[in-house]
Design a binder for this molecule. Sequence first.
Ligand code: FE2
Length: 433
Amino acid sequence: MTDDLAYNAGLGNAFETEALPGALPRGQNSPRKVPYGLFTEQINGTGFTVHRAENQRTWMYRLRPQILDRAYRERPVGRFVADFSEAVQSPQVLRFRPRSMPATPTDFLAGLTTWAGAGGPSFRKGAAIHLYACNADMVDTAFCNIDGDLLLVPERGRLHVRTELGRLNVGPGEIVVLPRGIRFQVLLPDGAARGYVAELFDGHFQLPERGPVGANGLADARHFLFPVADFEDDPRPWTVVVRQGGRLWEVEAPACPFDVVAWHGNYAPFKYDLDRFNSLGSVSFDHADPSILTVLTSPMDTRGRNAIDVAVFHGRWDVAEHTFRPPFFHRNSAIEFNGVVRSPSATGPWQPGAFSWTPYLAPHGVSNRTYEDVVTASNAEADAPERLPDSSLWIQFESTYLLGVMPWAFDDPDRDGAYLESFRDYRPHAKVP
Ligand code: FE2
């Protein structure tokens, strides 16, 4: 998307940025006299003593400190939750039509609905998947999620995300990561917005190892864009909403929290254009595992178990000989949440906004019709290179956690009952004596 904001680039970099010349202290982090008389505030995104390569923290230089003399009030959470004791563990594969847009003014925060989850923020283990659908700006309100890092995948409508560390424009085809504790506000330049959200209760999103792929390919660190310092001196009352342990608390702040004049560090929000992803795949035979399409991951350990993997399926050449090209029938030791962002078809079961759910180790694969088309094609047709269109873009969240689906999903009027019909009546091809 066109974006006239300035950014710094490079996932894993340490950034320096200042909106006023000389605002960033040089030579030390916390001088007694800060340029322009700014307040100094550090935010840590990791424990102090974690390995240096994993340590994340940012120093902010701002008009006012964020400590407040006001009392917090609790507010209703609706269906945006972090308690999964009611979540349903079920082997049922599911598909949903695009989520209905709200009929009344609804901002991003009010438009969040939790879809699935496991674990929770208290012990810093687990992950969640949410959906959002909204049609109103957050007005003089900032949101601070203590519980987890949020990864937003817009499917419809652009988001103008204002954060303490600067602004990001994010549209369909892009993703944005908002680390826990960083205050942000979502404005809607297109008036309506919808998308998918992954939440990590532990650790942070990072690039996957490339292994034998080598030094290049997949997502490149330089294509991840970070905001530059951008502040406003707005001494009007603002509301700060804090989510902690799944509860929502709000407090009146005497001024806009987006007042950071300069910052340096590596703990910050960032965005990525999924069309920058350099897809790799088969050039000989057989269908590669979807891990080859991982954009970002969040390892739980060193044994290939990840809290959330984010994979992208977009336009690319599909090349393989004497091979069943679509995904083979399989059962995966992870849950799979597939969301359509772009589609050549504005209608039909896989239109933008439609999404599907495959539980842990649940058998899944292509429909009876696709199977029939593939196995009855001529060798010439089946072996011809195929260009998957750029008008198609899907994301997949995979998790090793047994995410349970929230109970309201099963009664959702947008649950697509026709999904199961596509797996009915596979014509037997086997000829056995
Ligand atoms: Fe799968």
